[in-house]
Write a protein that binds this ligand. Structure first.
Ligand SMILES: Cc1cc2nc3c(=O)[nH]c(=O)nc-3n(C[C@H](O)[C@H](O)[C@H](O)COP(=O)(O)O)c2cc1C
Length: 174
């Protein structure tokens, strides 16, 4: 599939079959993250690859709402950044996460982003701290998101070419 079709076909998939990803698929997805561009080439990301079902379920409960779908995924990648190494860690983490999502789509896999930064549990505990406790990453590291991956159990329509917000594009002046 060429990239023009890939960007149209990629949709957030929140329902997955039981089928595991192959080690090659997991490696190809991570490779895309590790090849993603970073400011000053800092490459300050860390990816925690989780395929343990119990751990995945606990990750799905790390915030009050919006991560439930992670529970049904055979694989979750927690995108962490060493915030001491770069001032633009949000950008670098996001680019890596999305690169992995496009790679997954190219492999025929589904994925969806679960936001972690600025999200919390009902009692106010930051989702990052829940993940820190579960996964054991150091205090200076922050979690941007969790990306769930799996074989799609639903089909979603490609993006509608006629609904693109071309009015948000401004040429030369706003
Ligand atoms: C920064 C960001 C945060 C997101 N957080 C969540 C989330 O916490 N839970 C969720 O179900 N989807 C989340 N999504 C997925 C969006 O809901 C999804 O991309 C959007 O609805 C557009 O749908 P599409 O990806 O199928 O084009 C997030 C996406 C982005 C880019």
């Amino acid at each position: 599939m060429d990239f023009k079709d890939l960007v149209q076909k990629r949709r957030s998939i929140r329902k997955y079959t039981e089928e595991e990803l192959t080690p090659e698929e997991v490696q190809t997805i991570l490779r895309a993250g590790l090849m993603s561009p970073t400011s000053k080439s800092s490459r300050a990301w860390h990816f925690v690859v989780v395929d343990n079902k119990e751990l995945i379920e606990r990750i799905s409960q790390c915030k009050s709402a919006g991560a439930e779908f992670v529970k049904g995924a055979p694989l979750a990648v927690v995108v962490l950044m060493d915030t001491q190494q770069t001032d633009v860690w949000v950008e670098d983490a996001s680019i890596a996460a999305v690169s992995m999502q496009y790679q997954a789509a190219d492999l025929g896999l589904g994925s969806c982003w679960a936001q972690i930064r600025f999200r919390s549990q009902e009692d106010g505990t930051p989702a990052t701290e829940v993940l820190r406790e579960l996964l054991g990453f150091p205090a200076e590291y922050e979690a941007e998101c969790v990306i769930a991956f799996g074989h799609p159990a639903i089909e979603r329509k490609p993006q509608d070419e006629d609904k693109l917000k071309w009015e948000s594009v401004h040429v030369n002046q706003f």
